[in-house]
Design a protein around this ligand. Structure first.
Ligand code: TXA
Ligand code: MG
Length: 326
């Protein structure tokens, strides 16, 4: 059920629900989240059950600000503190050593915990109201079933979980792909998931280079090879290969869609085509919506032009590569 996230009464009733151990979905600037109070393992378990997500795959705990993050951490490493200062509230998640006994189910039993302070006014209002009810952290993965495309509209969440779940509608998510995740719990900071913040910006704030993610990180959904998958099969193609393939197409295949920045001359006239924006922020903003719309149109195969090289496209490239890996 969609609720107006800018209505204080809706925020208050959502906060009451959270305090009572129930689930609430809400807008953030990245994607919609499916939330439960982080200090209640039984409430958090409802998230894993609803998503069909394995319980060892840890969730992000959302907090109102750095002060609210401190009790969840065994300590805040200096790099994590610098990243929080620079990017919170915003699309950055930091992984820190977990305070023992805190958010155990949300952490999937791991010794570390992912923390983020979202910037979206609806998420922020919910966190402030929840705090008044004694809820200092909201565990929330993206509000989609395990392995599927993350939701960037309230309606996407309703499509995933049905009408019974309250969804605080905050409009289309401004960023559109999930937060960047930096693991600050080890000797070197590690980028576990790229987002819209470029590696260069994160490194400048951290004051040191990010190590490449390695196998010591816990196996988790965003790091699985196949993820963010629509029902249609996604094929990621280099520009020249895409153009050649399109020129070789005979007739007008009904179930194929093309999502590309460039359009080859001589593309079959009635072919379903969506133009990928030239700017990476715009492409990230619409990516998951486009994949869902093509699914809704009954498309079975999506040919996607590879994004251009360069770090600005890392977030979009990462999501497309995983969507194509099924
Ligand atoms: O933008 C976002 O981050 C959204 C919004 C709702 O905040 N949330 C989100 O959550 O994308 P989720 O659960 O779909 O992805 C969380 C990712 C997982 O892929 C997992 O790899 C990583 O966070 N993660 C969480 N805790 C971790 C930990 N202790 N160590 C390593 N990775 C962790
Ligand atoms: Mg997710």
């Amino acid at each position: 059920m969609r609720l107006d996230g800018h209505d204080p009464a809706a925020i208050e009733s959502a906060a009451e629900r959270l305090a009572a151990g129930e689930l609430v979905a809400f807008a953030t600037e990245t994607v919609y989240g499916l939330g439960a109070r982080a200090d209640d393992d039984a409430a958090v378990d409802k998230i894993f059950a609803a998503k069909g997500r394995p319980r060892g795959h840890p969730l992000i705990v959302h907090v109102v600000d750095r002060g609210a993050a401190i009790p969840f951490a065994a300590r805040i490493p200096p790099i994590a503190a610098r990243l929080m200062d620079e990017f919170w509230p915003g699309p950055l998640t930091v992984i820190v050593p977990r305070a023992s006994g805190m958010a155990t189910a949300a952490a999937g039993g791991h010794a570390t915990l992912a923390l983020r302070a979202p910037a979206h006014p609806v998420a922020h209002a919910l966190l402030v109201a929840a705090q008044r009810h004694g809820v200092t952290g909201i565990a929330a993965p993206s509000a989609n079933r395990f392995g599927r495309v993350s939701p960037t509209l309230a309606q996407h969440v309703v499509d995933e979980f049905g009408e019974a779940l309250p969804v605080l509608d905050g409009g289309p998510c401004r960023i559109g792909i999930e937060s960047s995740i930096v693991d600050c719990s080890g000797p070197r900071p590690m980028l576990l998931r790229p987002g819209v913040l470029t590696q260069a910006r994160i490194e400048a704030a951290a004051g040191e280079p990010l190590a490449a993610a390695d196998d010591s990180a816990p196996q988790a959904p965003g790091t699985l090879e196949a993820h963010y998958a629509p029902h249609a099969k996604v094929r990621l193609m280099a520009t020249s290969m895409l153009h050649t393939a399109l020129q070789m197409l005979g007739g007008q295949p009904m179930r194929l869609a093309v999502y590309s920045r460039t359009v080859p001359s001589g593309m079959a006239p009635g072919l379903r085509h969506r133009r990928m924006p030239a700017r990476p922020e715009q492409a990230a903003h619409e990516l998951f919506s486009v994949l869902r719309e093509l699914d809704d149109e009954g498309v079975q195969l999506i040919w996607v032009e590879e994004p251009p090289p360069g770090p600005d496209w890392d977030g979009v490239r990462d999501r497309l590569t995983r969507a194509a890996a099924t």
